[in-house]
Design a protein around this ligand. Structure first.
Ligand code: PEP
Ligand code: MN
Length: 275
């Protein structure tokens, strides 16, 4: 085991915030970057409409799941490679980077070719073989915390990527299992504060999966910005009632616009801006 001070994620290793570019976008600068889009890519029409809406409202990264980790094997599993190709096409059309989750280590080459930011979901947050292999390729990785991992365990997962040669990692807090059941997961804003203190990596927050209900998403998002989040990842659907996954938590385009208006006010209050 290494001395704590030498972990590559830590501020002892390097004091300064780790910054990097994704296309023209600076991650971990003074501007808070917003990624938005549906839980799942469902069709080209859905992606075109949602992308147009979220980008008009100020999102600068497009999200959408192609391979979906669903609790039940009978639930919609995502469009797979077809979904990835739709997301890629729509991202190019609007000239924005795309972020999407990888579920299978065998698809790393395909993702490295097509995806601007490769997302590791909560359920693969300790898939160490996948993390090592993601460290050996060049695309930035957005690493969620596990459903029941501590901040230390989450940071150590990032070390698997960093120590294998990829220094471009975004930590993404998405809530964790706690005692609260009014929300889908417990949103521990303290975890965000602690991770930012310990780590030089940019911190994103996903208020959608933490809240699980659309009525809480905006306030969780605002709290995350106030706590120092460098990026948000938010689920938005052009027709949430008809969504094939996570329909309870996906915002409409209009609701996302309201969130963005308030996000600008909170960011300004702490001397930051929304990109
Ligand atoms: C997602 O972002 O689509 C997702 C499934 O999130 P998580 O891994 O945090 O549950
Ligand atoms: Mn989802």
């Amino acid at each position: 085991m290494k001395n704590d001070n030498s972990y590559k994620f830590s501020r002892e290793f390097e004091k300064a915030d780790k910054k990097f570019q994704v296309g023209e976008l600076l991650i971990h600068g003074n501007e808070v970057v917003i990624a938005a889009g549906p839980c799942s890519v469902e069709s080209e029409g859905q992606m075109l409409e949602t992308a147009k809406g979220v980008i008009n409202a100020g999102a600068s990264i497009l999200r959408g799941g192609a391979f979906k980790p669903r609790t039940s094997p009978y639930s919609f599993q995502g469009l797979g490679v077809e979904g990835l190709e739709i997301l890629e096409k729509v991202g190019k059309k609007f000239n924005v980077p795309i972020v999407t989750e990888i579920m299978n280590t065998e698809l790393i080459d395909l993702y490295s070719e097509k995806v601007d930011i490769i997302q590791v979901g909560a359920r693969n947050a300790q898939n160490f073989d996948m993390l090592k292999r993601l460290g050996m390729q060049k695309r930035p990785v957005l690493l969620k915390n596990g459903l029941g991992t501590t901040v230390d365990e989450w940071l150590m997962s990032s070390e698997y990527i960093l120590s294998n040669g990829n220094d471009n990692v975004i930590l993404c807090y998405r809530g964790a299992r706690g005692i609260e059941n009014a929300t889908r997961f417990s949103m521990d804003i303290g975890a965000v504060v602690v991770a930012k203190k310990i780590s030089r990596l940019p911190i994103a927050v996903d208020p959608s999966h933490a809240a699980g209900k659309k009525e809480f998403v905006k306030d969780f998002a605002l709290a995350a910005i106030a706590a120092g989040a460098d990026m948000l990842e938010i689920e938005v659907h052009n027709n949430p009632e008809k969504a094939l996954s996570d329909k309870e938590q996906q915002l409409s385009i209009e609701e996302f616009g309201e969130l963005m208006d308030d996000a600008r006010v909170v960011a300004k209050a702490i001397g930051r801006k929304i990109r």
